[in-house]
Design a binder for this molecule. Structure first.
Ligand SMILES: [Zn+2]
Length: 340
């Protein structure tokens, strides 16, 4: 069945801010969504339905049952199969809009791969859950002059900021350093699907304004809400901060990846190991691991259970080890069963 383009997008073309001309611009647009958890799912879904022509979805993780409460692109079968989120998202989007191109990338965005992964994107959208990746994206965006939209949600709180390099403040203008001390995450404080969807909707509306070039409508503030406490705040961000490390001094420390660890904690009692590109043959690896625990694999991930740990291995050799926050334990498990 081929759907008529004008019919499909008729309600959006009728909307004055977009019109037939805006719809054409959306079809020609290329956006990158970094992180496809709850925010990324909602943003990718809205953009795909709106007819954005090319959407690259970059995500390092796989679908788990605890994601289903808020990550709207995934279903129970994705969680049963531990499907990588980027792959599951692309499949779901293809089922409701086969007329756009989705490019799934199962990868952890790093200083080494950010260039090829984000190259050609007209706009970068934040769907991540950590400041490390956001500062990396901010450095790349400021250096290459590509706009990006920051969005975050935790508990009942959500915040978003449009960064248009050379015009507005950047993330490092507002937050020169990563938050220190105890930082609440979705694993510790939980998160409401409603807070996520609110921020994703605003992020998408701003993205559409940018893509149809309604530049005068773009918000120049850091906007935040607490949907439970009914609080809303706005901080001016229309000008770069003089002396900003990133957009002022153009000192891109995150892009240079100085001292970036290859083993990182990635929330929910797990550690990611990402030392080097090490292509893995899942058939061969399964045979090797069978005597040591339970193994299962599909085309995209291999899972290995050895009490009390669960290791998920991707085809490029990257692994997420669940059941520990001790990087030493994770490294030794990896070295023992995958290779050092
Ligand atoms: Zn700045």
């Amino acid at each position: 069945m081929s759907l008529d383009h004008d019919e499909r997008y008729s309600r959006q073309i009728l909307f004055r801010g977009i019109g037939a001309e805006g719809q054409k611009r959306l079809a020609a647009a290329r956006v990158a969504v970094v992180g496809c958890g709850a925010t990324g799912s909602a943003v990718a879904s809205l953009l795909a339905r709106a007819g954005v022509g090319t959407i690259r979805i970059i995500d390092r993780d796989y679908v788990e049952p605890s994601n289903l409460q808020r990550q709207t692109l995934f279903d129970e079968s994705d969680a049963r199969e531990s499907l990588p989120k980027a792959i599951a998202a692309a499949r779901r989007i293809a089922a409701f809009n086969s007329q756009i191109l989705v490019e799934p990338q199962v990868a952890d965005l790093t200083p080494e791969n950010i260039e090829p992964l984000l190259q050609g994107a007209h706009l970068i959208l934040d769907g991540t859950d950590n400041f490390e990746t956001r500062y990396l994206v901010n450095d790349y965006a400021v250096k290459s002059g590509v706009p990006w939209i920051y969005a975050a949600a935790v508990g009942s709180y959500a915040a978003t900021l449009n960064v248009i390099p050379g015009t507005t403040a950047c993330l490092a203008c507002l937050f020169p350093d990563s938050p220190t001390g105890i930082v609440e995450t979705c694993e510790t404080a939980g998160v409401l699907g409603s807070a996520v969807n609110l921020v994703a909707s605003v992020e998408t509306a701003e993205a559409l304004k940018f893509l149809v070039r309604a530049m005068e409508k773009i918000r120049h503030t850091l906007l935040s809400w607490d949907v439970w406490a009914n609080e809303c705040a706005e901080i001016q961000a229309s000008k770069p901060r003089p002396g900003c490390r990133a957009c002022g001094e153009r000192d891109f420390i995150h892009l240079e990846g100085e001292g970036r660890p290859h083993i990182t904690l990635c929330g929910r009692n797990s550690v990611q190991i990402h030392e080097r590109h090490r292509p893995v043959d899942f058939g061969e690896m399964s045979e090797r691991l069978k005597p040591h625990g339970t193994v299962r694999h599909n085309d995209f991930v291999l899972k290995f259970w050895r009490e009390p740990y669960e290791m998920t291995l991707f085809t490029d050799g990257r692994a997420i080890i669940k059941g520990t926050t001790d990087t030493g334990v994770a490294r030794s498990l990896y070295a023992r069963f995958v290779g050092s």
